[in-house]
Ligand binder design. Structure first.
Ligand SMILES: [Ca+2]
Ligand SMILES: [Ca+2]
Length: 379
C-alpha cells in the first residue's frame, strides 16, 4: 500500500510539469521544479501532509534532506500549485507505479565473492554466504532521459557541473579537444580532464546527448546518484544487493549469464574489443555507451549489470570488511565508495572487471564518462 502511494511515473510527471508551465499562474522554472519535488517528497513521505483541496495553503512540508538546495525557501512563499496541477498529482500517485521498471529479488541466502579471484588485490574473495531481505532493483542503468527529468524537476546541478570539468576517455574526444586539454591522469594517461564535461556534455561543450537519451547518464558522482535515488524515494543498492542481482540466480559464474563471455558468439555486454587503449574494434556494436536496454538481460531481467557503465553502490570501500551478517552494508566509514560491473572501457588485458565478483572504487565526488548507477528499494 505504501509503495502504491510512493508511485512515481515519469511520463505523468512530465505532464504535470507541462501543465504547471502552461498554467495561468506564473511559475519560475526552478520554482516550479522545486514545488514538484517538494510535493513528491511530501506525498511519498506522508500522504496526509499535503492537502490537495486548499489552493491557498497547500500545507506541503519541505524536507530539505530530500530536496535539492537550488531554490531558497523564501521563494516558495505565497506560491502553491493550481488545483489542476494538484489533480494531476493525485493521478500520479493513484495510477502509476515507481516499481514499473524494477525487479524484485526475493529474500534468501546468497553466495557472493569468489574463491577464484582474478584481481586478488581488489578483495574479490573469498566466496561467502549472506542473507538478504527482499529488495527491488532497477532493470536498467539510469538513463539520460531519466536524469533529465530529475534535473528538469528539481533544478539539480551535478558535481561535475560545479567543479567545471570531468574525466573523459581520450579515444572519445575530437582531436582539437585532445590538443587543448592538457590535464591527464599520470598513471592512466587515456583519461583526460575535460573542461565543462558533464552529463549534458559527455565529451565537453562541443558534445551533447543527441541520439543518447536512452544511454546511461554519466559524469555523475556518488553524491549525484544518491540525490537522484532519493528524489524517487529509492536508494543505491548495497554492494551485496548489487552482486546478488548481477548473478541472476546463478552460483559461481563469472558473468550474469554464465561463464562463457560470448555464448553462441553473441555479445551480452558492452566492453572493449581490440587493443586497449588504442584500438577498439567495437565487435559488440559500441565504442562508447550503448542504450540501457541493449543486450539480453540476465535471468532476473536486468540489463547491463556488467559492462556499459560502472555502477555506484552504497557501500564504503574495503578489501577486508565486506560484511558477512544479514544484509551486509560494508564498513561504517571510508574514503571511497564501491563501484561494480566494469564499463565499455574494460578489456580482459587491462581491466577484467566486467564480472559480478569484481569491484573497484572512487571517491564519492569522482565523475567520469564511464561511471553511472541504478537505484534499489527495500521491499
Ligand atoms: Ca563496446
Ligand atoms: Ca553496468
Amino acid at each position: 500500500m505504501r509503495n502504491a502511494i510512493f508511485s512515481v511515473n515519469l511520463q505523468i510527471l512530465n505532464q504535470i510539469l507541462y501543465k504547471m508551465r502552461t498554467s495561468t499562474i506564473i511559475f519560475k522554472p526552478k520554482l516550479t521544479s522545486f514545488i514538484c519535488a517538494s510535493i513528491i517528497v511530501a506525498i511519498a513521505g506522508d500522504s496526509e501532509t499535503c492537502n490537495f483541496d486548499k489552493k491557498s495553503n497547500c500545507g506541503c512540508s519541505i524536507d530539505r534532506k530530500l530536496t535539492i538546495n537550488t531554490v531558497h525557501k523564501k521563494e516558495l512563499d505565497n506560491h502553491c500549485p493550481s488545483t489542476d496541477v494538484l489533480h494531476l498529482y493525485k493521478e500520479l500517485f493513484k495510477t502509476s507505479s515507481r516499481l514499473e521498471n524494477m525487479v524484485k529479488i526475493e529474500a534468501g541466502i546468497y553466495g557472493i565473492g569468489t574463491n577464484d579471484p582474478i584481481l586478488v588485490a581488489d578483495g574479490e574473495g573469498p566466496k561467502h554466504y549472506i542473507h538478504l531481505n527482499s529488495f527491488y532493483i532497477d532493470k536498467m542503468e539510469v538513463s539520460n532521459q531519466d536524469f533529465a527529468t530529475f534535473v528538469d524537476t528539481t533544478g539539480y546541478q551535478t558535481e561535475a557541473e560545479k567543479f567545471g570539468d570531468s574525466f573523459v576517455f581520450e579515444g572519445l574526444l575530437e582531436n582539437e579537444v585532445q590538443e587543448n586539454e592538457t590535464l591527464v591522469v599520470a598513471q592512466t594517461p587515456w583519461w583526460v580532464q575535460v573542461k565543462n564535461a558533464s552529463w549534458l556534455h559527455p565529451e565537453g561543450l562541443g558534445s551533447d546527448l543527441k541520439h543518447r537519451m536512452n544511454h546511461p547518464v554519466v559524469h555523475v558522482s556518488w553524491n549525484d546518484a544518491v540525490a537522484y535515488c532519493q528524489w524517487l524515494r529509492k536508494r543505491l543498492p548495497s554492494e551485496a544487493e548489487w552482486e546478488v542481482a548481477c548473478r541472476g540466480g546463478l552460483e559461481d559464474r563469472l558473468y550474469p549469464w554464465g561463464n562463457k563471455f560470448t555464448p553462441n558468439n553473441q555479445h551480452r555486454a558492452n566492453t572493449w574489443q581490440g587493443d586497449f587503449p588504442k584500438e577498439n574494434t567495437k565487435e559488440d556494436g559500441y565504442g562508447g555507451t550503448s542504450p540501457v536496454t541493449e543486450f539480453l538481460p540476465n535471468k532476473y531481467g536486468l540489463h547491463n549489470m556488467v559492462g556499459n557503465v560502472w555502477e555506484w553502490t552504497a557501500d564504503w570501500w574495503s578489501i577486508t570488511n565486506r560484511g558477512r551478517d544479514n544484509n551486509p552494508k560494508g564498513p561504517s566509514h571510508g574514503t571511497d565508495r564501491v563501484k561494480k560491473g566494469g564499463s565499455y572501457l574494460c578489456h580482459k588485458s587491462y581491466c577484467f572487471r566486467y564480472r559480478c565478483a569484481a569491484r573497484s572504487q572512487n571517491t564519492p565526488d569522482t565523475t567520469a564518462g564511464n561511471l553511472g548507477f541504478r537505484c534499489a528499494l527495500t521491499a
